[in-house]
Design a protein around this ligand. Structure first.
Ligand code: LFR
Length: 487
């Protein structure tokens, strides 16, 4: 049986990976060839991504992968959404991309006409959106009129091939793209942004180009390798690899963020949907990811950072075991309360949230972790139900993919809170989706079904059945009442 080798470059907000996939008729095996930290740079003008360092790691990863595998059929790149860099004439990079948590967008999203934007783009106002970031640059006078914009994965593809395009799943995170599949000229014009900023879109499964001669030489490759556009938004790649045989599921793609939703055929741009904060982002196979962005494991990593001493981080597995021994649903927090979405002393902020909302104040690390994990599980259940209700799609099971699938306490509590089974895994869904879209395509529903079948045949999953817990219903009500309990 023949196998083909593909390479996935998977760029996350805290780390990047280069993963080699050997794809056969009925299974896929993966091997990580490089893993590196993605550390932002706090520069005088704000928080940036260290794109040159990422590029260097990606080149080293490709070199190592080709040395290991002998031959690679294609390379696919995915990254987190919304952030972009600007490319000037001749392909010159105009500065480093900003980080979506940079403070320059504070308060700006609230000034936008959300109802009109939602009708055009299916995306509600969020400070992190590309649109908000571009408006901050426009006001600061730093938006070069000759520039074109490249989302992070598209920028890397540009550096490798010389071609700058806008992959649709990434573009759909911007609040400037019509989920029908093209840039929204109205949204762009309404904000006085230059139309030439926005490169032509292409979709999962299209070829971006071949590695340019300079890269082929530098890496000492025998021949150029094609770069394929995958579902370049990391969440879209993760959702593509959900090991489901058919429709009828909700999903949680859980890492730094959790994206909680359902897949639908066409965007839902109703007022009720806007009020509930759901986005319509594009997926592989022409699907629309109807989902809510929830701040997720980042809250726990910020807690660990605050509890670190002399560079030593406490062990998360131990903390989760201690949290599992704590009583549940004592204190709950809205993971999207503004203070919990910003860096800095997270345990104190969680405690402050509980005090402000009249709940017992968690003190020990185990109590704080329990509060966070209870709250995330309740958030996942709440938004999975909302997604099913607002879209009219049944959601019999919840597929939980991404790093959160390794968190047993979180998966178990999500099943209890949702009152339906959670199928957890694969944890490496993003890299798998990236590899499988290269191998099986990402344009049609049939290609997406083939990607999912292969993922289901290869991925390790754990099924959590909901336990009857009489405390769940009251906890769900308390959680819902906390949403929007702003400072
Ligand atoms: C997840 C993700 C989310 C996006 C956030 C910021 O990694 O891509 O989908 O909302 O990061 O880009």
């Amino acid at each position: 049986m023949s196998t083909d080798t593909y390479l996935a470059v998977d760029l996350g907000a805290t780390s990047g990976r280069v993963i080699l996939g050997r794809v056969g008729e009925r299974s896929v095996t993966t091997a990580t060839v490089a893993r590196f930290a993605n550390e932002p740079l706090a520069w005088p003008d704000g928080l940036h991504w260290n794109l040159p360092a990422i590029y260097r790691h990606v080149l080293d990863g490709i070199r190592r992968a080709v040395a290991d595998a002998g031959e690679v059929r294609s390379i696919g790149i995915d990254s987190w959404g919304v952030d972009y860099g600007l490319v000037g004439p001749g392909g010159r990079l105009l500065g480093l991309p900003y980080h979506y948590r940079d403070a320059r967008t504070r308060g700006l999203a609230a000034e936008l006409d959300e109802a009109a934007l939602y009708r055009r783009t299916g995306v509600p106002n969020q400070e992190i959106n590309t649109l908000t970031q571009l408006l901050a640059e426009q006001r600061a006078g730093t938006l070069d009129p000759s520039a074109r914009l490249g989302f992070v994965a598209d920028l890397l593809a540009h550096l490798l091939t010389g071609r700058l395009a806008a992959e649709r799943t990434l573009a759909s995170t911007s609040q400037l793209f019509d989920p029908a599949g093209h840039w929204s000229d109205e949204a762009i014009a309404a904000h006085g942004l230059p139309r030439r900023l926005f490169p032509d879109p292409l979709g999962p499964g299209d070829v971006v180009g071949e590695l340019r001669a300079g890269v082929v030489d530098e890496l000492g490759l025998g021949a150029p390798v094609p770069v394929t556009a995958v579902a370049a938004h990391d969440t879209a790649s993760a959702v593509a690899a959900i090991p489901a045989a058919g429709p009828g599921f909700a999903y949680v793609s859980c890492g730094t963020w959790a994206l909680v939703g359902v897949e639908v055929d066409r965007p839902i741009r109703t007022e009720a949907s806007r009020a509930a904060g759901f986005t319509n982002e594009l997926g592989a196979g022409g699907a629309v990811r109807y989902q809510k962005n929830v701040t997720a494991l980042w809250i726990l990593s910020e807690c660990l950072r605050a509890w670190s001493h002399g560079g030593e981080r406490p062990d998360l597995t131990e903390l989760l075991a201690a949290a599992a021994g704590q009583p549940g649903y004592v204190s709950l927090a809205d993971p999207d309360a503004p203070e919990l979405t910003r860096p800095g002393d997270m345990p104190a902020k969680v405690a402050r949230f509980c005090r402000r909302t009249g709940q017992p104040v968690p003190v020990t690390p185990a109590q704080i972790v329990r509060c966070v994990v209870d709250s995330l599980a309740l958030a996942f259940a709440h938004y999975a139900d909302e997604a099913a209700r607002l879209s009219g799609s049944p959601a019999g099971v919840v597929h939980l993919v991404g790093g959160g699938a390794n968190n047993t306490l979180l998966c178990r509590l999500t099943a209890d809170a949702a009152g339906r089974p959670v199928v957890a895994g694969p944890a490496e869904a993003t890299a798998l989706g990236n590899l499988l879209v290269q191998a099986r395509g990402g344009r049609t529903a049939d290609e997406l079904a083939a990607v999912r079948a292969l993922s289901a045949a290869s991925a390790r999953t754990v099924r959590y059945e909901p336990r009857a817990d009489p405390a769940v219903a009251a906890a769900r009500e308390r959680f819902a009442a906390l949403l929007g309990a702003a400072a």
